[in-house]
Design a protein around this ligand. Sequence first.
Ligand SMILES: NC(=O)c1ccc[n+]([C@@H]2O[C@H](COP(=O)([O-])OP(=O)(O)OC[C@H]3O[C@@H](n4cnc5c(N)ncnc54)[C@H](OP(=O)(O)O)[C@@H]3O)[C@@H](O)[C@H]2O)c1
Length: 263
Amino acid sequence: MRLFRVMSWAVAVCTLALGALGALGALATPALAKPETVLVFGGSGQLGAEIVRALVAKGHTVSIFVRPSSKLDRLQGVTFGQVQGDVLVEADVAKALKSAKFTVVVDALARGRSQGGGRSMESMRSDGEFYEVSERYISKAAKAAGVSQIILHSSVGAGDSRKAYPASRLAAMAAVLDAKSAGEKHVMDSGVPYTIIRNAILRNAKPGDADNAKLSEDQTKFGMVTRTELARLTAECIGNKACTNKIYHAIDEAMGLPAELRE
Ligand SMILES: NC(=O)c1ccc[n+]([C@@H]2O[C@H](COP(=O)([O-])OP(=O)(O)OC[C@H]3O[C@@H](n4cnc5c(N)ncnc54)[C@H](OP(=O)(O)O)[C@@H]3O)[C@@H](O)[C@H]2O)c1
């Protein structure tokens, strides 16, 4: 009888201990992101559309900021809202952020037309205005609207990652990288919690491609990542406190470098 009582106590103590461990385990595991209301700038673009798909698949409510001329073919079959405007018109950006209670803003903008077309050196120089101005307007409007997180897609070569940029390409890209550095600074100085994700060489994923991409705080590397991988990494940072006020470099080291950049 005594032995039975001792065993019962032992079982009860073990059960309590396991319960406590379970609770600790639950705390240690990152909580699933709660559904957010997200505005994606550049949502009609190659990267932006992948991000919209990834966020909708996770249960977030997503709207995109688009020009009246933007083509939405990349988003067929996806449910999303739209706000129209030109990101280089401050009133359009401010109006967009007031049009609903957005909790997260994602900036996947790139200068030019997302449907293709070559870019002259002249247009590369005017990229400078684009990144500095668009990120200034977005940061200001996001702060005024009480947004909880801005995720900015930027480039390796901006800010403290300049040293990682290949010297052979630097002269052609310096103006763009300066503008992206200034854009990053607007986001960092906005007072809105931010996540900056830089990438070096973006590729479209092919069916069957592995996903080995990681977010790293090592700003010395230069490599490739696919838009699908970058969209997954973006979705993982939405509402995730671990990503707050971080500058990451997204890279899939297994992809190596394109032939022209190999030593
Ligand atoms: N391509 C690369 O190898 C590379 C390398 C490093 C970093 N990145 C960065 O990765 C990001 C995405 O690149 P991507 O190649 O996927 O972009 P993308 O396909 O060219 O898409 C650009 C997006 O920006 C929008 N946009 C451009 N001007 C606008 C304006 N005035 N008002 C509103 N929207 C405007 C486009 O709208 P429309 O649909 O109307 O054109 C489109 O949705 C960018 O931050 C880029 O700088 C790219």
